[in-house]
Design a protein around this ligand. Sequence first.
Ligand code: EPZ
Length: 427
Amino acid sequence: MNQEVIIVRGNNTLAGDVQVAGAKNSALKLMAAALLGQGPSLLHNVPHISDIDIMAEVLERLGATVSREGHTLAIDTTNVDSCETPYELVSKMRASISVLGPLIGRFGEARVAMPGGCQIGARKIDMHLVGLEALGVRFEVDHGVLHATTPNGLKGAHVTLEFPSVGATENMLMASVVAEGITAIENAACEPEIEDLANMLNAMGAKVAGAGTSLIEVEGVPLSAMHPCEHTTVGDRIEAGTFLVGGALTGGPLTVHGVDPAFLPMAIMKLRAMGCDVETGEDWVRVSRTEPLTSVDIQTLPHPGFPTDLQAQFMLLAALADDVSVITENVFENRFMFAAELMRMGADIELDDHHALVRGVAQLEGAPVSSTDLRAGAALVLAGIVADGETQVHHLEHIDRGYEDYAGKLASLGADIRRVAVSALGN
Ligand code: EPZ
């Protein structure tokens, strides 16, 4: 498709109501989990984003049929007859590794290409492998392809994760539900998307308890006991947090609908610490601000700690706050690329390994900038909305991976924003 660029004019405000989509980081795994049932599952509230399209391609390559109607995906796994996911697909989206656990559960084996790293880090999968090996899986790497076998079947085990890895927890969970006996996952990731996945697995016949806490316990059931189901994806807390930052930046009031406020405890705490008023309801969060932004220190940590996926967005807030903020990125080894782009717009940021020292400035200046990853791209567009003058944001493919109609939603909140083909620039 012809490269596009977002052009946004600044000195603007964002206010009003916006509906967030279903969570990208849940829906991708729910799609993989459908492999554990034989027949048609229905997934509702699935966002229209390119990562979902790639996961659909992965499932179709395995023999499933995937069709979409609005925000509902119909996934029929009746004819799934392959356990292979090639590098050409995994290299498009590393989250394809989420099929590893369910393929092992369904076939007792899997051949999945090793995912590469990305801009934000090496994105290793050693904890996935150690956890699955504890369940009886044996791995061989053959020319970059992971070949998983279960010579003695899947057996429940008590496993303690070295780090509460989201992906490792999910892959272990999806294999353990059909392992023989009891599995306990200690130091499991507690992200809301893990609980969403467990709820779908239980709707399929699994017996999972404790998801959303750091101790998940699973009583294995036979694969034949797993059946297709209908499930609704939880709202996307990171999309919600991104729009809330937009409201905080310009004063709002801005309300995000379709997300449980309990999914955003730390982001809400930090918005209030920076001088915002935040109100919450059952499935909505409203932010407004009349006072100047106050500087704040942020440490990204596994949930319920501050989410790394909101780090760039809050760095933008800090860049316009009244004093100096220290932001520490503890989850990924290289997630400060956004800072370099923001400095081109006039931000005053000093980087030192995992720390960013952000000195607030009065105003940012519009400039041509490039998305480096999904969340940095989204934050750059927000920067353009408050900066003086025009900002062009390039490499929208990153944003399109995880935000459905981002420019359209921002326009509905008052942004002066448009997407144009790169070829149309300059005339
Ligand atoms: C998921 O990635 C999300 N992606 C990420 O969102 C999110 O930032 C991350 O969780 C943390 O919340 C999806 O769900 C598709 P991890 P994941 O395993 O599962 C290291 C976004 O913007 N690690 O918790 O890969 C790893 O390198 C994306 O939506 C190992 O070393 O996260 C990282 O530094 C970005 N070995 C840290 O742990 C392993 O075996 C956290 O990784 C696994 C992970």
